[in-house]
Design a protein around this ligand. Structure first.
Ligand code: ZN
Length: 1099
């Protein structure tokens, strides 16, 4: 490689005219720094071009030698709108010098093929071989200077006005070459200076783009900064200093990648501003395995190729895909470079323009990516072993294009590297620390399948044939239609458009883009006069109904349409669906989720995560009366589906409600617990276990009939919302409810009379072993829910029998009661009780439970009983809901599910959560419940009296509840104690109004907090009041959005309606005083519960 580079240099030398540069010795200030600038060569051969910087002019020049030498030095000089840089060669990424144009007073041609740049304390002299070159340089420089001069007001000669927001600066030692450098982190770059004076004089060494960098702790005061072109090693003055640098640099990396949207980051590479296929401007889509940015139209075609060819993701909608590494891949490759492979040989006649029609677009893109017609084949093409070994080599280098080329020219992504510890190219890339390479491999891992399956996918997504459609009328499509209402229509799904025609030759009657379809519903047979129908709903709120004579036709059409409309992430997961489409919801950063309903399973795609919810196992399902929005709570989380006035929404409400379990259906359609037992049965068993096991004649006594009817009705309506206190229903009422439910439920526990008869037959067998064998066999033939129910019930009866000394319910008695109940008969057959007795007797062998496990469970039951004997049950409020609350930090595993009633207060929640996790608060610990916003950047302490559920369900916010130690409260209480009655505060704060993601204009404001009002004055106390708010209407958050780049970490964010104001305190004391004053006014001085209240909750 070195040889190649030298050749290149020599070639260039021959091509270019020589110029020279001179740093004159007139100045005195920096005499001692006038040795040659620091040489930061690239260790990797880059073809990082000027794409990222907009270069005005570049070329070879000669500069005067340092240290009064006589030999001119040839330098590659580059001018952009802000700096003049010079490099060892055009291939270098890091300059030897960068001179800020802001420090340059004038540029002068001095004759003898020379020109000079004059700054306040220096003169730089350059030399060229031709007069035209000199004139051109002088002309370009003068223009750049005059453009710059208009904006020069800043006293900083190096940085542009407005960009002077250094997050960190200081001296570091660069390891190779070993030299001290003055270093500044500003925005998304790290700038190196020879020393601090040079920074003020406007002359730097180079800048390092942090968007492509990774920071690594090297131990013992050292750390490294790895870019694709070079690794910089630094030594800090102390270990703690190093830590601060690492933190600041890491923050800079993440900030630089996140402060812009993905679009802005990727578009900074010029060729990424055009679609890789048709050159449309500002492409917002990408194929993340083919590494090209695409416009919407081309992305649509790519998607139709199937995700095993092209994985299409949005730059705007699929934010989570865009990891730092993936962004690096696209910055380093870019459309231009990727197209040197994909589109190396496109004949002009086959090129694609922005306005190409759909057909041409599909042809071109298929030829380009599926058939590889235009790609530049690798020289090793066809030699498998050589390709594979080239891949193993490439993944350890920084050459992404080589990897892309190899992968798409037949190299085996899973080939054996020959290294036992790192057997695959991916593991090898990771071992070599090449994270972008690893990312590129990962994105291509599952796509290199055969092309056959691809073609199958494409054919699935297009379809034609006859369907029946009711004539357009104003009647809603959900209304029942007669056969006469339907007319035959030739229908066609192609290239992302669904259209229908009078017949296959006539003109189009109507149609829609599949991207406009927001909902597809496959109706259950018999909804309309056509046995088999489906409905389509469009973005603009229209509904369409289509029918067919057989189920197969509807299935094929719905499959094709769903493939065309669904995001790829849902393809694999959803099989035949009843209903699918997109809905607005609070969760997820875009407010849109994709939903697929298939039987009782609801698959939800939010951002890039698919969650599958068994609707029967929801913890709660509530509809808001006021606006019709739905809240689904299940063990894995919460989902708020926002209401929508368009007609598809009602259908969703009905479907979700129906599939979430119905009381009048067989067992497997009921609302279920996690263990697949119907909620009704579970609640009854639980209640009898708690309060009835010691009750004489339990299950024999009937309770009050009207009570049973009432309770059963409530279970029928919505089992999971039913709760009652011991005083509402006697234990016999509940026991009887269970029996009634088992007796009446459709098909019974034994799944229909035919199956029930088989159980009776088995009971007739004489040989016990054989009987048990038959029972086991029958059990395994039961549906899951029935099996789980029978097991739970038998286990319960066993615990009743276990305590028969107290309750007198022996096995025989239980058999008499439960025989007819289980078999749903009048109880004349003597074999029925026998079956029940035998189930109890042989519980362990029939249900395959170990004896010791059974014993453990029975002991647990007894222990629970003893506990409840001594303790009255707390009456949970009726409308309680399960909330997920995190303890100490928000992460997996720290979550506690808590039943939160409408009136539960923060202090109750804290004690419940601590109790749940077995945390015993120490005396000096203060625990509070916090509302967490903005991914933990901002939190708000809930007042101990504050009700929890309105906070948890506040719409429109991604809010978490977190219980953690309160670090400030003791200081806050101390401060308020000191202030006594007179709680008020005023002073000057830096204030930032949070208008958009990027507003970070801090202004000094005189702030005043007294009485019940917070006031902000423009300048001084006496100046007119600019704004004021009643303190009780403000929400006061601790912290700030990190995007605001606060000058200090002591921030308070005030929220009022949708406005946010950010107050920046200078130090912790200030922060505590302001916070304390806000609290004191908001809560009338009652901030923390008295020790007595705490004790009662913690006991
Ligand atoms: Zn395009």
């Amino acid at each position: 490689m070195a040889v190649k580079q030298q050749d290149l240099l020599r070639d260039m030398q021959n091509c270019f005219n020589h110029l020279k540069v001179e740093e004159n010795k007139t100045e005195t200030v920096s005499e001692r720094h006038r040795n040659e600038s620091i040489n930061i060569g690239c260790t990797e051969f880059p073809d990082y071009s000027e794409e990222v910087r907009s270069v005005l002019k570049a070329g070879w020049l000669e500069k005067t030698p340092p240290n009064s030498g006589v030999i001119y030095q040839r330098r590659w000089v580059q001018l952009d709108s802000e700096y003049l840089r010079y490099f060892q060669s055009p291939k270098e990424v890091y300059s030897k010098r960068m001179i800020s144009l802001r420090c340059v007073d004038k540029v002068v041609g001095v004759g003898d093929l020379k020109f000079e740049l004059h700054s306040q304390n220096r003169t730089f002299l350059f030399r060229a071989d031709k007069t035209e070159e000199i004139n051109d340089w002088v002309c370009c420089l003068e223009k750049a200077l005059s453009d710059n001069r208009n904006s020069i007001e800043s006293r900083n000669l190096f940085f542009k006005r407005g960009s002077v927001d250094f997050s960190f600066e200081g001296y570091l030692e660069l390891m190779s070459p070993r030299i001290k450098v003055y270093t500044i982190i500003s925005r998304d770059k790290l700038y190196l200076f020879k020393n601090r004076e040079e920074h003020f004089q406007g002359v730097g060494v180079t800048d390092i783009d942090m968007r492509m960098a990774r920071v690594k702790d090297g131990g013992k005061r050292s750390f490294t900064l790895t870019t694709p072109y070079r690794t910089f090693s630094f030594l800090a003055e102390s270990e703690s200093e190093k830590q601060r640098w690492c933190d600041s640099l890491n923050e800079c990396v993440s900030r630089s990648l996140s402060c812009d949207g993905v679009c802005e980051s990727l578009w900074r590479v010029v060729s990424n501003q055009q679609c890789a296929d048709c050159s449309a401007l500002m492409p917002e889509w990408a194929s993340i395995n083919l590494c090209v940015l695409l416009c919407e139209k081309c992305a649509g075609v790519h998607r139709s190729l199937g995700q095993n060819v092209s994985k299409v993701r949005s730059l705007k909608l699929d934010e989570r895909v865009w990891t730092d590494d993936l962004i690096r891949v696209f910055l380093q490759l870019g459309n231009a470079k990727a197209n040197t492979f994909w589109g190396a040989n496109i004949p002009p006649s086959e090129s694609l323009c922005v306005n190409a029609n759909d057909e041409h677009r599909l042809q071109h893109i298929t030829a380009k990516y599926v058939h590889g017609k235009y790609r530049k084949y690798h020289t090793l093409y066809g030699q498998q072993e050589a390709l594979d070994s080239a891949l193993c080599k490439a993944v350890q280098s920084s050459d992404l294009l080589e990897i892309l080329t190899l992968l798409h020219c037949g190299a085996d992504i899973k080939c054996h590297t020959g290294i036992p510890d790192f057997p695959t190219p991916l593991s090898l890339a990771k071992r070599s620390g090449q994270s972008a390479q690893a990312e590129l491999l990962t994105q291509n891992l599952n796509t290199a399948e055969s092309f056959e399956s691809v073609l199958k996918d494409v054919s699935i997504q297009s379809r034609r044939g006859y369907l029946f459609k009711p004539a357009s009328s104003s009647r809603p499509i959900t209304e029942h239609k007669n056969k006469a209402d339907f007319a035959r229509r030739w229908s066609c799904l192609e290239g992302g458009v669904f259209s229908y025609y009078k017949n296959d030759h006539s003109k189009k009657c109507g149609g829609m883009k599949t991207s406009d379809i927001i909902c597809l519903s496959v109706n259950s047979p018999g909804k309309h006069v056509y046995e088999h129908t489906f409905e389509l709903y469009t973005e603009e709120g229209r509904g369409y109904l289509f029918g067919a004579d057989d189920a197969n036709t509807v299935r094929n059409w719905s499959k094709a349409i769903s493939m065309a409309m669904l995001p790829t992430a849902l393809f694999d997961i959803c099989g035949p669906c009843d209903r699918l489409g997109r809905l607005r919801c609070v969760e997820g950063s875009h407010g849109i989720g994709w939903f697929c309903l298939s039987g009782f399973k609801l698959h939800v795609l939010l951002e890039n995560t698919v969650q599958t919810i068994d609707l029967r196992k929801l913890l709660s399902l509530s509809h808001s009366d006021s606006d019709g929005s739905m809240v689904l709570v299940w063990r894995g989380g919460t989902l708020h589906v926002l209401t929508d006035r368009r007609p598809h929404f009602v259908g969703w409400q009905t479907c979700i409600q129906q599939k979430s379990g119905a009381g009048d259906q067989p067992l497997s359609h009921q609302q279920l617990t996690e263990l697949d037992v119907p909620v009704t049965i579970d609640r009854c068993l639980d209640h009898v276990t708690r309060y009835g096991l010691l009750s004489p004649g339990i299950y024999r006594k009937n309770g009050v009939n009207s009570h049973t009817t009432k309770l059963l009705e409530r279970f029928h309506n919505d089992a999971r919302s039913v709760s009652w206190s011991e005083s509402d229903f006697s234990v016999d009422d509940v026991a009887n409810t269970l029996k009634r439910f088992l007796r009446e439920v459709k098909d019974g526990v034994l799944n229909g009379q035919d199956n029930a008869k088989s159980w009776l037959k088995a009971a007739d067998l004489e040989d016990k072993t054989e009987r048990i064998y038959y029972y086991q066999n029958l059990l395994s033939n039961l549906p899951i829910v029935n099996r789980a129910t029978l097991k739970a019930l038998t286990h319960h009866l066993l615990s009743v029998q276990h305590l028969s000394n107290e309750n007198q319910m022996t096995k025989r008695n239980l058999g008499i009661v439960f025989g007819p109940t289980l078999f749903q008969t009048d109880g004349t057959d003597v074999k029925e009780p026998r079956v029940v007795e035998e189930l109890i007797q042989n519980y362990c062998s029939i249900f395959n439970v170990s004896e010791s496990e059974l014993l453990r469970q029975l002991n647990l039951t007894t222990a629970a009983l003893n506990k409840h004997k001594s303790e009255r049950p707390s009456s949970k409020t009726t409308s309680s809901i399960i909330c997920a609350v995190d303890l100490e930090r928000i992460e997996e595993g720290s979550e506690v599910l808590v039943q939160v009633g409408a009136n539960m207060t923060a202090v109750e929640l804290v004690s419940e959560v601590l109790d749940h996790k077995g945390v015993k608060p120490a005396n000096e610990d203060f625990w509070s419940c916090y509302e967490i916003l903005e991914k933990e950047e901002m939190d708000r302490m809930l007042h101990y009296h504050e009700k929890v559920s309105p906070v948890y369900f506040s719409p429109g916010l991604q809010c978490h509840l977190l219980v953690k130690k309160n670090h400030y409260i003791s200081n806050i209480l101390k401060y308020l104690e000191m202030m006594e009655e007179n709680v008020c505060k005023s002073g000057t704060l830096r204030v930032c109004e949070v208008k958009s993601e990027r507003s970070k204009n801090y202004c000094s404001r005189y702030c005043e907090l007294s009485g019940t009002t917070f006031r902000m004055h423009k300048e001084l106390q006496n100046s007119p009041c600019e704004r004021e708010w009643p303190v009780k209407e403000l929400k006061v958050y601790n912290g700030y959005r990190s995007k605001l780049h606060s000058p200090t970490p002591w921030g308070i964010t005030l929220a009022h309606d949708k406005q946010q104001w950010y107050l920046c305190c200078d130090n912790e004391d200030e922060f505590i005083e302001w916070t304390a004053t806000f609290f004191s006014i908001q809560y009338d001085g009652d901030i923390w519960p008295s020790p007595l209240v705490m004790q009662s909750h913690n006991s």
